[in-house]
Structures are given as C-alpha cells and as structure tokens.
Write a protein that binds this ligand. Structure first.
Ligand SMILES: N=c1c2ncn([C@@H]3O[C@H](COP(=O)(O)OP(=O)(O)OP(=O)(O)O)[C@@H](O)[C@H]3O)c2ncn1[C@@H]1O[C@H](COP(=O)(O)O)[C@@H](O)[C@H]1O
Length: 106
C-alpha cells in the first residue's frame, strides 16, 4: 500500500501531541516556526541543487525531506494538508481531476 502525505501528516500530528525524547519531529515542533521554516528552506535548496545536477536519486530523497518539513511547517501554522489540496483544487478549476476529487468527497 502507498504511504501518502496524509499518512505522514498524521505521524507529524501524533509526534506533536505526544512528543518523545528521540523524535526529530517533536524537536522541530518544539523549536517552532523559526526552526522548522529554516529547515524547510535548507531542504528546498537541496531540491534545487539535485534538480540542477539532474541527480534523479537525490531529487527523490531531497523531495521527501522537503515534503516532510513542509508538513511540519503546516502543522505549526495550524493548516491541514486538506486546505492546501483545496487551494490546488480551486486553481485546477473545472478540470476532470477537480470534479473527481469533489465526487469522492475530498
Ligand atoms: N519523513 C521524515 C523525515 N525526513 C527527514 N527527516 C529528518 O530530517 C533531518 C534532515 O535534516 P538534515 O539533513 O539537516 O540532518 P541533520 O543535520 O541531522 O538535522 P539537524 O540536526 O541539523 O536539524 C534528518 O534528521 C532526518 O532524519 C525526517 N524525520 C522524520 N520523518 C518521518 O517522521 C516520522 C517520525 O519521526 P520521528 O519524529 O523522528 O520519530 C518518521 O517515521 C518518518 O516517517
């Protein structure tokens, strides 16, 4: 089964509400937006470098880091991933994808 961003969002939320000493996510959340946003920026630069270098393997790994850190930043901003998806859906307008998502109740 595919591990989705929604699954990762739930993991991040759990680490935020039940922090453990060994959790990197809990450390980021404790540091608040200044720490999490700084890490997000660093990961974005690493994605840029991988892209320009045309390093496909690094692009996948750095994109995973970037998406994870984005979910932490969203959590700290009290923004559910669903609201970002809704924004993307609005931009997609009346395309088939948006209609399907709407029919599926997402
Ligand atoms: N997807 C991720 C994920 N991606 C990247 N990272 C961490 O992000 C950090 C990336 O920062 P760097 O590359 O700068 O590494 P670093 O120098 O060790 O980081 P700093 O100490 O400088 O902050 C690394 O420590 C990675 O382990 C992640 N940490 C956690 N997750 C997910 O979150 C879940 C919970 O993790 P914990 O919160 O650690 O239990 C995990 O099971 C994963 O699913």
């Amino acid at each position: 089964m595919t591990f989705t961003l929604a699954d990762l969002e739930r993991v991040v939320a759990t680490r935020g509400s039940s922090p453990t000493d060994t959790s990197y996510t809990a450390k980021l959340i404790k540091g608040g937006p200044p720490l999490a946003a700084k890490k997000l920026g660093e990961e974005a630069v690493e994605v840029v470098i991988a892209s320009v270098a045309q390093d496909r393997r690094a692009l996948i790994a750095e994109s995973a880091d970037l998406l994870y850190h984005l979910l932490v930043v969203l959590r700290l901003g009290d923004v559910p991933l669903r609201e970002v998806e809704e924004e993307l859906g609005r931009r997609t307008g009346q395309s088939g994808l948006a209609e399907k998502a709407s029919r599926d109740g997402r």
